[in-house]
Design a protein around this ligand. Structure first.
Ligand SMILES: Cc1cc2nc3c(=O)[nH]c(=O)nc-3n(C[C@H](O)[C@H](O)[C@H](O)COP(=O)(O)O)c2cc1C
Ligand SMILES: CCCCCCC(=O)C(=O)O
Length: 361
Protein backbone atom coordinates (compact mmCIF):
# COMPACT_ATOMS: atom_id res chain seq x y z
CA UNK A 1 0.00 0.00 0.00
CA UNK A 2 1.06 3.59 -0.67
CA UNK A 3 -0.79 6.77 0.25
CA UNK A 4 -1.83 7.03 -3.40
CA UNK A 5 -3.47 3.59 -3.18
CA UNK A 6 -5.42 4.65 -0.08
CA UNK A 7 -6.43 7.91 -1.81
CA UNK A 8 -7.63 6.15 -4.96
CA UNK A 9 -9.59 3.59 -2.92
CA UNK A 10 -11.24 6.34 -0.83
CA UNK A 11 -12.21 8.27 -3.94
CA UNK A 12 -13.77 5.12 -5.39
CA UNK A 13 -15.78 4.38 -2.24
CA UNK A 14 -17.13 7.78 -1.20
CA UNK A 15 -20.09 9.57 -2.83
CA UNK A 16 -18.91 12.36 -5.17
CA UNK A 17 -20.01 15.34 -2.99
CA UNK A 18 -18.40 13.79 0.10
CA UNK A 19 -15.17 13.20 -1.80
CA UNK A 20 -15.27 16.82 -3.02
CA UNK A 21 -15.78 18.07 0.57
CA UNK A 22 -12.72 16.08 1.70
CA UNK A 23 -10.49 16.83 -1.24
CA UNK A 24 -11.54 20.34 -2.16
CA UNK A 25 -10.11 23.77 -1.40
CA UNK A 26 -11.20 27.38 -1.36
CA UNK A 27 -11.36 29.91 -4.20
CA UNK A 28 -9.17 28.93 -7.13
CA UNK A 29 -7.81 26.02 -5.05
CA UNK A 30 -4.32 27.49 -5.48
CA UNK A 31 -3.41 26.44 -1.93
CA UNK A 32 -4.10 22.76 -2.53
CA UNK A 33 -0.75 22.51 -4.27
CA UNK A 34 1.28 25.48 -2.95
CA UNK A 35 2.43 23.86 0.30
CA UNK A 36 3.18 20.56 -1.40
CA UNK A 37 5.25 22.31 -4.07
CA UNK A 38 7.25 24.16 -1.38
CA UNK A 39 7.91 20.90 0.49
CA UNK A 40 9.05 19.20 -2.73
CA UNK A 41 11.55 21.98 -3.41
CA UNK A 42 13.22 21.52 -0.01
CA UNK A 43 16.10 19.08 -0.44
CA UNK A 44 17.65 16.97 2.33
CA UNK A 45 21.40 17.20 3.15
CA UNK A 46 22.42 13.79 4.55
CA UNK A 47 25.46 13.17 6.76
CA UNK A 48 27.42 9.93 6.47
CA UNK A 49 29.39 7.60 8.73
CA UNK A 50 27.06 8.15 11.66
CA UNK A 51 25.99 5.13 13.76
CA UNK A 52 22.40 4.58 12.63
CA UNK A 53 22.21 0.92 13.62
CA UNK A 54 19.35 2.00 15.93
CA UNK A 55 17.08 4.89 15.01
CA UNK A 56 14.48 6.16 17.48
CA UNK A 57 11.70 8.28 15.95
CA UNK A 58 10.13 8.83 19.41
CA UNK A 59 9.54 12.31 20.79
CA UNK A 60 7.52 14.38 23.28
CA UNK A 61 4.90 16.97 22.39
CA UNK A 62 3.39 19.14 25.13
CA UNK A 63 4.49 16.54 27.65
CA UNK A 64 3.01 13.53 25.83
CA UNK A 65 5.17 10.70 24.54
CA UNK A 66 4.70 9.92 20.81
CA UNK A 67 6.15 7.06 18.73
CA UNK A 68 7.10 9.70 16.12
CA UNK A 69 6.63 13.46 15.67
CA UNK A 70 3.30 12.84 13.94
CA UNK A 71 -0.35 13.53 14.65
CA UNK A 72 -3.70 13.60 12.88
CA UNK A 73 -5.07 17.07 12.10
CA UNK A 74 -8.56 17.99 13.33
CA UNK A 75 -11.16 17.09 10.72
CA UNK A 76 -14.92 17.31 11.04
CA UNK A 77 -17.25 14.33 10.64
CA UNK A 78 -15.08 11.19 10.35
CA UNK A 79 -18.33 9.22 9.97
CA UNK A 80 -18.43 10.60 6.40
CA UNK A 81 -15.62 8.09 5.75
CA UNK A 82 -16.55 5.17 8.02
CA UNK A 83 -19.51 4.30 10.28
CA UNK A 84 -17.27 4.08 13.36
CA UNK A 85 -15.87 7.54 12.66
CA UNK A 86 -13.52 9.12 15.21
CA UNK A 87 -13.65 6.03 17.46
CA UNK A 88 -11.86 4.05 14.74
CA UNK A 89 -9.41 6.90 14.15
CA UNK A 90 -8.63 7.09 17.89
CA UNK A 91 -7.95 3.35 18.10
CA UNK A 92 -5.58 3.57 15.14
CA UNK A 93 -3.77 6.67 16.39
CA UNK A 94 -3.23 5.00 19.77
CA UNK A 95 -1.92 1.84 18.14
CA UNK A 96 0.54 3.85 16.04
CA UNK A 97 1.60 6.08 18.96
CA UNK A 98 0.42 9.22 17.13
CA UNK A 99 -1.46 12.26 18.46
CA UNK A 100 -5.12 12.67 17.50
CA UNK A 101 -6.64 16.15 17.33
CA UNK A 102 -10.42 15.83 17.56
CA UNK A 103 -12.57 18.43 15.77
CA UNK A 104 -15.36 20.11 17.73
CA UNK A 105 -17.49 18.90 14.80
CA UNK A 106 -16.61 15.26 15.50
CA UNK A 107 -19.36 12.78 14.69
CA UNK A 108 -18.72 10.66 17.82
CA UNK A 109 -18.86 11.88 21.41
CA UNK A 110 -15.71 13.08 23.14
CA UNK A 111 -16.30 10.40 25.78
CA UNK A 112 -16.55 7.54 23.24
CA UNK A 113 -13.44 8.77 21.44
CA UNK A 114 -11.50 9.00 24.72
CA UNK A 115 -12.62 5.48 25.69
CA UNK A 116 -11.20 4.11 22.41
CA UNK A 117 -7.95 6.08 22.59
CA UNK A 118 -4.69 4.82 24.04
CA UNK A 119 -2.66 7.84 22.90
CA UNK A 120 -2.89 11.57 23.54
CA UNK A 121 -5.95 13.55 22.39
CA UNK A 122 -6.27 17.29 21.78
CA UNK A 123 -9.63 19.02 21.24
CA UNK A 124 -9.97 21.60 18.44
CA UNK A 125 -12.42 24.50 18.78
CA UNK A 126 -13.86 27.15 16.53
CA UNK A 127 -15.05 30.16 18.49
CA UNK A 128 -18.85 29.92 18.42
CA UNK A 129 -21.12 32.83 19.33
CA UNK A 130 -22.58 30.51 22.00
CA UNK A 131 -19.75 30.66 24.56
CA UNK A 132 -21.70 28.44 26.92
CA UNK A 133 -21.27 25.60 24.40
CA UNK A 134 -17.52 26.20 24.21
CA UNK A 135 -17.28 26.11 28.00
CA UNK A 136 -19.23 22.86 28.10
CA UNK A 137 -16.92 21.25 25.51
CA UNK A 138 -13.82 22.38 27.38
CA UNK A 139 -15.05 20.92 30.65
CA UNK A 140 -16.07 17.64 29.00
CA UNK A 141 -12.67 17.41 27.28
CA UNK A 142 -10.90 17.95 30.61
CA UNK A 143 -13.01 15.27 32.28
CA UNK A 144 -12.38 12.83 29.42
CA UNK A 145 -8.59 13.27 29.70
CA UNK A 146 -7.85 15.40 26.63
CA UNK A 147 -4.37 16.92 26.91
CA UNK A 148 -4.68 20.30 25.12
CA UNK A 149 -7.07 22.68 23.38
CA UNK A 150 -6.50 23.84 19.82
CA UNK A 151 -8.20 27.06 18.79
CA UNK A 152 -8.44 27.40 15.00
CA UNK A 153 -7.78 31.05 14.18
CA UNK A 154 -7.79 31.04 10.37
CA UNK A 155 -11.55 30.63 10.02
CA UNK A 156 -13.69 33.55 11.22
CA UNK A 157 -15.96 31.95 8.61
CA UNK A 158 -15.60 28.93 6.33
CA UNK A 159 -14.18 30.22 3.01
CA UNK A 160 -16.03 29.85 -0.31
CA UNK A 161 -15.31 26.39 -1.61
CA UNK A 162 -16.49 26.05 -5.20
CA UNK A 163 -16.91 22.28 -5.16
CA UNK A 164 -19.16 22.39 -2.08
CA UNK A 165 -21.20 25.28 -3.51
CA UNK A 166 -21.65 23.49 -6.86
CA UNK A 167 -22.76 20.32 -5.04
CA UNK A 168 -25.03 22.22 -2.60
CA UNK A 169 -23.07 20.25 -0.01
CA UNK A 170 -24.72 19.70 3.39
CA UNK A 171 -23.88 17.28 6.18
CA UNK A 172 -25.90 14.14 5.30
CA UNK A 173 -28.84 13.13 7.49
CA UNK A 174 -27.67 10.51 9.98
CA UNK A 175 -24.27 12.12 10.52
CA UNK A 176 -24.18 14.80 13.19
CA UNK A 177 -21.75 16.92 15.18
CA UNK A 178 -22.92 15.03 18.26
CA UNK A 179 -20.99 17.12 20.78
CA UNK A 180 -23.11 20.19 19.99
CA UNK A 181 -26.84 20.71 20.25
CA UNK A 182 -28.99 19.98 17.16
CA UNK A 183 -30.37 23.58 17.09
CA UNK A 184 -26.86 25.03 16.81
CA UNK A 185 -25.96 22.61 14.01
CA UNK A 186 -29.26 22.91 12.07
CA UNK A 187 -27.87 25.19 9.33
CA UNK A 188 -25.20 22.61 8.39
CA UNK A 189 -27.90 20.16 7.26
CA UNK A 190 -30.31 20.60 4.37
CA UNK A 191 -28.98 21.06 0.85
CA UNK A 192 -29.70 24.21 -1.21
CA UNK A 193 -28.70 24.64 -4.86
CA UNK A 194 -25.48 26.59 -5.35
CA UNK A 195 -24.77 26.98 -1.63
CA UNK A 196 -22.55 25.17 0.88
CA UNK A 197 -24.41 24.46 4.13
CA UNK A 198 -21.04 24.32 5.91
CA UNK A 199 -20.29 27.91 4.87
CA UNK A 200 -23.85 29.00 5.74
CA UNK A 201 -23.53 27.42 9.18
CA UNK A 202 -20.26 29.18 9.89
CA UNK A 203 -21.71 32.59 8.98
CA UNK A 204 -24.55 31.93 11.40
CA UNK A 205 -22.67 30.35 14.34
CA UNK A 206 -18.97 31.41 14.31
CA UNK A 207 -18.05 34.54 16.27
CA UNK A 208 -16.05 36.60 13.76
CA UNK A 209 -15.56 39.43 16.25
CA UNK A 210 -13.04 37.74 18.59
CA UNK A 211 -9.58 39.27 19.08
CA UNK A 212 -6.43 38.45 21.06
CA UNK A 213 -8.10 39.87 24.19
CA UNK A 214 -10.75 37.12 24.10
CA UNK A 215 -8.13 34.41 24.63
CA UNK A 216 -8.12 35.35 28.33
CA UNK A 217 -11.71 34.07 28.63
CA UNK A 218 -10.71 30.68 27.25
CA UNK A 219 -7.59 30.46 29.39
CA UNK A 220 -9.56 31.21 32.53
CA UNK A 221 -11.89 28.29 31.83
CA UNK A 222 -9.18 25.65 32.00
CA UNK A 223 -5.62 24.79 32.87
CA UNK A 224 -5.23 22.77 29.64
CA UNK A 225 -2.45 24.08 27.39
CA UNK A 226 -3.71 26.27 24.53
CA UNK A 227 -2.48 25.81 20.94
CA UNK A 228 -3.41 28.16 18.06
CA UNK A 229 -3.95 26.60 14.62
CA UNK A 230 -3.61 28.62 11.43
CA UNK A 231 -0.90 31.14 12.32
CA UNK A 232 1.11 32.12 9.21
CA UNK A 233 3.16 35.18 10.20
CA UNK A 234 5.99 36.02 12.61
CA UNK A 235 3.90 38.97 13.86
CA UNK A 236 1.05 36.73 15.00
CA UNK A 237 3.49 34.16 16.39
CA UNK A 238 4.99 36.88 18.58
CA UNK A 239 1.53 37.97 19.77
CA UNK A 240 0.58 34.36 20.47
CA UNK A 241 3.63 33.85 22.66
CA UNK A 242 2.88 37.11 24.50
CA UNK A 243 -0.62 35.75 25.15
CA UNK A 244 0.85 32.65 26.75
CA UNK A 245 0.05 29.94 24.21
CA UNK A 246 1.84 26.61 24.57
CA UNK A 247 1.95 25.79 20.88
CA UNK A 248 1.34 26.97 17.33
CA UNK A 249 0.15 24.92 14.38
CA UNK A 250 1.52 26.55 11.25
CA UNK A 251 -1.20 25.71 8.77
CA UNK A 252 -3.06 26.69 5.62
CA UNK A 253 -6.04 24.63 6.68
CA UNK A 254 -5.21 22.20 3.89
CA UNK A 255 -5.88 24.86 1.23
CA UNK A 256 -9.45 25.37 2.45
CA UNK A 257 -9.27 28.91 3.85
CA UNK A 258 -7.36 31.98 2.51
CA UNK A 259 -6.59 31.48 -1.20
CA UNK A 260 -3.17 32.81 -2.31
CA UNK A 261 -1.73 32.84 1.22
CA UNK A 262 1.91 32.01 1.90
CA UNK A 263 1.99 28.27 2.35
CA UNK A 264 2.74 26.73 5.75
CA UNK A 265 6.21 25.34 4.86
CA UNK A 266 7.16 28.74 3.41
CA UNK A 267 6.42 30.61 6.63
CA UNK A 268 7.61 27.93 9.07
CA UNK A 269 11.19 29.32 9.31
CA UNK A 270 10.04 32.89 10.12
CA UNK A 271 7.66 31.56 12.78
CA UNK A 272 10.30 29.31 14.35
CA UNK A 273 12.67 32.31 14.46
CA UNK A 274 10.01 34.56 16.04
CA UNK A 275 9.01 31.98 18.65
CA UNK A 276 12.65 31.27 19.53
CA UNK A 277 11.85 28.21 21.65
CA UNK A 278 9.12 29.90 23.74
CA UNK A 279 6.40 27.48 22.60
CA UNK A 280 6.15 24.33 20.53
CA UNK A 281 5.64 24.56 16.77
CA UNK A 282 3.80 22.03 14.60
CA UNK A 283 3.60 22.02 10.78
CA UNK A 284 0.29 21.04 9.17
CA UNK A 285 -0.70 20.56 5.54
CA UNK A 286 0.47 18.43 2.63
CA UNK A 287 2.39 15.92 4.75
CA UNK A 288 2.49 12.89 2.45
CA UNK A 289 5.86 11.20 3.10
CA UNK A 290 8.20 10.46 6.00
CA UNK A 291 10.72 12.80 4.37
CA UNK A 292 8.26 15.68 4.95
CA UNK A 293 8.52 15.03 8.70
CA UNK A 294 12.32 15.23 8.46
CA UNK A 295 12.15 18.49 6.48
CA UNK A 296 9.79 20.06 9.04
CA UNK A 297 12.06 19.05 11.94
CA UNK A 298 15.11 20.49 10.17
CA UNK A 299 13.21 23.78 9.78
CA UNK A 300 12.57 23.82 13.53
CA UNK A 301 9.14 22.22 13.91
CA UNK A 302 8.58 19.86 16.84
CA UNK A 303 6.09 17.67 14.96
CA UNK A 304 3.73 17.55 11.98
CA UNK A 305 0.04 16.82 11.47
CA UNK A 306 -1.46 14.98 8.55
CA UNK A 307 -5.07 15.47 7.52
CA UNK A 308 -6.71 13.91 4.47
CA UNK A 309 -4.49 10.77 4.37
CA UNK A 310 -6.07 9.66 7.68
CA UNK A 311 -9.53 9.97 6.11
CA UNK A 312 -8.35 8.04 3.04
CA UNK A 313 -7.23 5.23 5.37
CA UNK A 314 -10.53 5.41 7.26
CA UNK A 315 -12.57 5.18 4.05
CA UNK A 316 -10.38 2.33 2.81
CA UNK A 317 -10.65 0.01 5.83
CA UNK A 318 -11.63 1.81 9.04
CA UNK A 319 -9.19 1.71 11.96
CA UNK A 320 -6.91 -0.69 10.10
CA UNK A 321 -6.63 1.74 7.19
CA UNK A 322 -5.79 4.71 9.43
CA UNK A 323 -3.19 2.61 11.25
CA UNK A 324 -1.79 1.57 7.84
CA UNK A 325 -1.44 5.20 6.75
CA UNK A 326 0.29 6.20 10.00
CA UNK A 327 2.61 3.19 9.85
CA UNK A 328 3.61 4.06 6.28
CA UNK A 329 4.56 7.61 7.30
CA UNK A 330 6.42 6.47 10.43
CA UNK A 331 8.29 3.67 8.62
CA UNK A 332 9.33 6.09 5.87
CA UNK A 333 10.48 8.59 8.50
CA UNK A 334 12.53 5.91 10.27
CA UNK A 335 14.23 5.05 6.97
CA UNK A 336 14.94 8.74 6.28
CA UNK A 337 16.50 8.99 9.76
CA UNK A 338 18.91 6.17 8.89
CA UNK A 339 19.77 7.57 5.46
CA UNK A 340 20.14 11.12 6.80
CA UNK A 341 22.56 10.05 9.56
CA UNK A 342 20.05 11.28 12.17
CA UNK A 343 19.40 8.49 14.72
CA UNK A 344 17.19 10.66 16.98
CA UNK A 345 14.76 13.50 16.31
CA UNK A 346 17.21 15.84 18.07
CA UNK A 347 19.70 15.18 15.25
CA UNK A 348 17.60 17.09 12.70
CA UNK A 349 19.06 20.60 12.40
CA UNK A 350 18.80 23.51 9.94
CA UNK A 351 21.93 22.19 8.19
CA UNK A 352 19.90 19.11 7.21
CA UNK A 353 18.00 20.97 4.49
CA UNK A 354 18.75 23.14 1.48
CA UNK A 355 15.87 25.62 1.43
CA UNK A 356 14.49 27.21 -1.74
CA UNK A 357 14.28 31.02 -1.56
CA UNK A 358 10.53 30.85 -0.82
CA UNK A 359 11.24 29.17 2.54
CA UNK A 360 14.03 31.46 3.77
CA UNK A 361 13.50 34.02 6.55
C1 LIG B 1 -12.64 17.08 5.54
C2 LIG B 1 -11.84 18.07 6.33
C3 LIG B 1 -12.39 18.58 7.49
C4 LIG B 1 -11.65 19.51 8.25
N1 LIG B 1 -12.18 19.95 9.42
C5 LIG B 1 -11.44 20.79 10.19
C6 LIG B 1 -11.93 21.17 11.47
O1 LIG B 1 -13.00 20.77 11.90
N2 LIG B 1 -11.15 22.01 12.19
C7 LIG B 1 -9.94 22.49 11.74
O2 LIG B 1 -9.28 23.25 12.44
N3 LIG B 1 -9.46 22.10 10.55
C8 LIG B 1 -10.16 21.26 9.79
N4 LIG B 1 -9.65 20.82 8.60
C9 LIG B 1 -8.27 21.21 8.22
C10 LIG B 1 -7.25 20.19 8.79
O3 LIG B 1 -7.16 20.29 10.17
C11 LIG B 1 -5.83 20.40 8.24
O4 LIG B 1 -5.44 21.73 8.46
C12 LIG B 1 -5.65 20.04 6.77
O5 LIG B 1 -6.50 19.00 6.36
C13 LIG B 1 -4.20 19.64 6.57
O6 LIG B 1 -3.92 19.42 5.25
P1 LIG B 1 -3.79 17.96 4.58
O7 LIG B 1 -5.19 17.45 4.49
O8 LIG B 1 -3.19 18.30 3.28
O9 LIG B 1 -2.89 17.10 5.42
C14 LIG B 1 -10.36 19.92 7.82
C15 LIG B 1 -9.82 19.38 6.65
C16 LIG B 1 -10.54 18.46 5.92
C17 LIG B 1 -9.91 17.89 4.67
C1 LIG C 1 -20.64 22.74 10.02
C2 LIG C 1 -19.29 22.46 10.50
C3 LIG C 1 -18.19 23.23 9.79
C4 LIG C 1 -17.08 22.29 9.56
C5 LIG C 1 -15.86 23.00 9.09
C6 LIG C 1 -14.80 22.02 8.96
C7 LIG C 1 -13.56 22.61 8.41
O1 LIG C 1 -12.85 23.29 9.07
C8 LIG C 1 -13.20 22.36 7.07
O2 LIG C 1 -12.10 22.74 6.68
O3 LIG C 1 -14.01 21.79 6.35
Amino acid sequence: MTLRTYEAAAKGRLPGPVWDFLAGGSGTESMLTAGREALDRIRLRPRCLVDVSRCDPGTELLGARLAAPLGIAPMAYHRLADPEGEVATARAAGEAGALLTVSMFASRTLEDIAAAASGPLWLQLYWLKRRDLLADLVHRAEAAGFRALVLTVDAPRVASRPRDAANGFAVPAGIRAVNLSPEVMAASHGSRDGESAIARHSMEQFDASITWDDLAWLRELTSLPLVLKGVLTAEDAELAVKHGVSGLIVSNHGGRQLDFATSAPECLPEIVAAVDGRCQVVLDGGIRHGADIAKALCMGADAVLTGRPALWGLAHSGAEGVAGVLRLLIDEFEEVMALMGAPTVADFAPSGVALPTCCRT
